[in-house]
Design a protein around this ligand. Sequence first.
Ligand SMILES: O=C(O)C(=O)C[C@H](O)[C@H](O)CO
Length: 303
Amino acid sequence: MKILSIGECMAEMSPQGDVGTFQLGFAGDTFNTAWYLRQFDPSADVSFLTGLGTDTISEQLRNVITQAGISDDYVLEIPDRTIGLYLISLENGERSFSYWRGQSAARCLASDPAMLERAINDHDLIYFSGITLAILDPKGRAALLSAVRDGRAAGKTIAFDPNLRPRLWESTDTMLDVTMAGAAVSDIVLPSFEDEATWFNDADPQATAQRYLSAGGRTIVVKNGADSIYFVSPDGDGTVRVPPISNIVDTTAAGDSFNAVILSGLGGGVPLTDSIAAACQLSGAVVQARGALVPIAPSEGTP
Ligand SMILES: O=C(O)C(=O)C[C@H](O)[C@H](O)CO
């Protein structure tokens, strides 16, 4: 199964032990998932579609992409732009983000519809997120949604994480509308209940799943922090308990790493409950280290 992940990767400043000390890395939700896909399954065939500049930091990021074994065949070069930057702030292990990404090259990732179409045609599973949609202008959003819709009609499997980030959107209403439009072109939706409850007023994870099913999704897995995960698929619904973690230092990329294991399982025909259990194991390891991309020993990531 060839997987295409579409979105933005930024320079990441991740706080280290001493106040004022940061580690420079690279991260962004859909890239994190691509990276964890390769960590979890080193034979995974993964491409990342984004926009990069041609400056030194863009070149460094391109090297990170290719050194992770992720194809950069669908990276668009935007010579007069560079990559975005974000900084992680931590409070008791829970993260929040500050961004400098208003003019990032990734904002142009949907500016070549023919390239989008080629990329989608060349893969079996297409993954994108609410952040991917948020960084695009209305024309880019329409181009991406239309390319993904066509891909689905042609038999591609589409996976979407709403990843609600209100600060990236021009208004809450636009965020809610475009998020539902993203779900409407997707087979698999991977939301996080806390965000969904805040912005869509869902009473419980079942309500979140029902809303995305009604939009057109077929399999919905509702992440819920340390609480049980609710899923619904064509084979039925259920909950999976999340093993307790005592040493949470940074929750950045917990959901992204979780998604990677779910996507990986789709190719191998792994039962969804087994994939969810393995996804919890990987995200449980990720939150015990700082930064988005945490190298994981194979035994921590395999079911
Ligand atoms: O918030 C974003 O846009 C990011 O991609 C930063 C983080 O890596 C990501 O949110 C973690 O899920």
